[in-house]
Write a protein that binds this ligand. Structure first.
Ligand SMILES: [Zn+2]
Length: 70
């Protein structure tokens, strides 16, 4: 599972998360995020499903390289 979602306008690999909302529906947990591209400035929403995979813990990576905000 990757946390990096590219821009759907210009294809820039990294976008910033402006706003994040958790939505519960049908027993599933969604993350509704508003993203904004740093290159072209396009903003759009993404729906990311958070799965509870407690059984599988083969490879755990903490990859959080985010700097700054706003
Ligand atoms: Zn872009």
């Amino acid at each position: 599972m990757t946390d990096i979602v590219g821009c759907n306008q210009c294809g820039y690999p990294k976008t910033g998360v402006v706003m994040s909302t958790t939505v519960h529906r049908n027993g599933l947990r969604y993350q509704r995020r508003k993203r904004r591209c740093h290159r072209c400035g396009a903003s759009y929403y993404t729906i990311e499903i958070m799965e509870d995979t407690s059984e599988r813990n083969s490879d755990t990576k903490a990859n959080r390289l985010r700097q700054g905000h706003g």
